[in-house]
Each structure stands twice: as structure tokens, then as C-alpha cells.
Design a protein around this ligand. Structure first.
Ligand SMILES: Cc1cc2nc3c(=O)[nH]c(=O)nc-3n(C[C@H](O)[C@H](O)[C@H](O)COP(=O)(O)OP(=O)(O)OC[C@H]3O[C@@H](n4cnc5c(N)ncnc54)[C@H](O)[C@@H]3O)c2cc1C
Length: 183
């Protein structure tokens, strides 16, 4: 297909969701174009061991898994643009998706642009990522049995993660406004 052709489906995002959509669409003969973003692979590209995906009995490194996902979609004919979408126009059909000055048109668009963890911005945070600093309790709690675990944050997500962690970590001192409130 050339860039001027109207596609059946464009998928925006190259994380697990985008590549899964691409695999299904490609196997349905819909010739999907995946505009996977400059950071193709998504959040799992900054992850070391992944142990909770079926099919990887011994676990897998995040980047390796994402390369597998991508290759599997490619095998069935998915095409890729490794750049960020800068603008969309969904007001009429075909929908329009822009990467800078390049315009792509498609009957349907699947948006799978994911999320990113909000970091504290400490210099040590990056260095210790995957070595004690984690952004997902259900993903990583099992790596820290019996350890003291601190959750940063006080919203719904923090409470959810903390509740899950109670099955793994040890009790840590609780502090509010910088003062101890119990142990
Ligand atoms: C450190 C860490 C460890 C984790 N470990 C695990 C684990 O062990 N097990 C587990 O199940 N989950 C884990 N997770 C969570 C998991 O990574 C996410 O649930 C998953 O990646 C979400 O997939 P997604 O495809 O929805 O989005 P994402 O992975 O966020 O991918 C989004 C994609 O969209 C692209 N994108 C964004 N904007 C644009 C744009 N404008 N144009 C084009 N593309 C765009 C990005 O470049 C990226 O490729 C972890 C997360 C982190 C941060």
C-alpha cells in the first residue's frame, strides 16, 4: 500500500496493546499500519524480568518480549512507522492521522497510546529502576518477599498497590506530613 491509499485500520501505539491489535487485524487480512511511536515497545522496554505473561515459562526480559510481539504482527503483514503521531482528525471518514507533514487515511483507527509512570525525578530513581524501584505492584511484588516496601503516593492507585503489597512485603513505618504515625 502507498501512503495515499485509504487503510482499513491504523493502530496508534507500539506497546503490548498496539501489537496485539496489529496481530489480530493482520490475521483478519486488514493490512494494518501501526504508527508505533518513537518509543516503540512501550513501557515494557524499561522492564527487566516479566514473569506474568503466559507462554514465557522461565520469564522474559521486557524488550525481548516486545520484539517478539512486534515480529509476530509483522509476520502476518502488519506495517510499521516508527514515529509519533502529531495530529488526528476523526471528524469525518476516512479518518486522518498525521506524522508531521505526512498524512495517513483510514476507515478505522485504534488508539493504543498507553501510559507512562509519573516519576519522582530523583537521580537515584533511574539507577535503581528494576533493582528495587518499581512502578507496578502486581508485576513486581513477588520479587520482594519479606522486604520493607514503601509506596509513594496517597491516591486510589497508591492504596490499591499498597493493599496488594500487604501479601508480600513487611510492615514499614507509616509517616504522615513527615511525622511517624505508627509502626
Ligand atoms: C517499570 C515497569 C515494569 C512493568 N512490569 C510489568 C510486568 O512485569 N508485567 C506486566 O504485566 N506489566 C508490567 N508493567 C505494566 C505494562 O508495561 C503496561 O501495562 C503495558 O505496557 C501497557 O501496554 P499498552 O500497550 O497499553 O501501553 P504502553 O506500553 O504504554 O505503550 C504505548 C505505546 O504508544 C506509543 N505512543 C504514545 N503516544 C504516541 C503517539 N502520539 N504516536 C504514536 N505512538 C505513541 C508509545 O511510544 C508506546 O509505544 C510494567 C510497567 C513499568 C513502567
Amino acid at each position: 500500500m502507498t501512503q495515499n491509499d485509504v487503510r482499513h485500520v491504523i493502530i496508534i501505539g507500539g506497546g503490548p496493546a498496539g501489537y496485539t491489535a496489529a496481530l489480530y487485524a493482520a490475521r483478519a487480512n486488514l493490512s494494518p499500519l501501526v504508527i508505533e511511536g518513537f518509543n516503540w515497545g512501550g513501557q515494557l522496554m524499561i522492564t527487566s524480568d516479566v514473569e506474568n505473561y503466559p507462554g514465557y515459562t522461565d520469564g522474559v526480559m521486557g524488550p525481548e518480549m516486545m520484539a517478539d510481539f512486534r515480529r509476530q504482527a509483522e509476520r502476518f503483514g502488519a506495517e510499521f512507522v516508527t514515529d509519533d503521531v502529531t495530529k488526528v482528525d476523526f471528524s469525518e471518514r476516512p479518518h486522518r492521522v498525521y506524522v508531521g507533514d505526512d498524512e495517513y487515511r483510514s476507515e478505522t483507527v485504534i488508539v493504543a497510546t498507553g501510559a507512562s509512570a509519573r516519576q519522582l525525578g530523583l537521580p537515584s530513581e533511574q539507577r535503581l529502576q528494576g533493582r528495587g524501584v518499581s512502578y507496578c505492584a502486581t508485576c513486581d511484588a513477588a520479587f520482594f518477599p519479606g522486604k520493607h516496601v514503601v509506596v509513594v503516593g496517597g491516591g486510589d492507585s497508591a492504596m490499591e498497590e499498597a493493599t496488594f503489597l500487604t501479601r508480600f512485603g513487611r510492615e514499614a513505618p507509616r509517616r504522615r506530613h513527615g511525622r511517624d504515625v505508627g509502626a
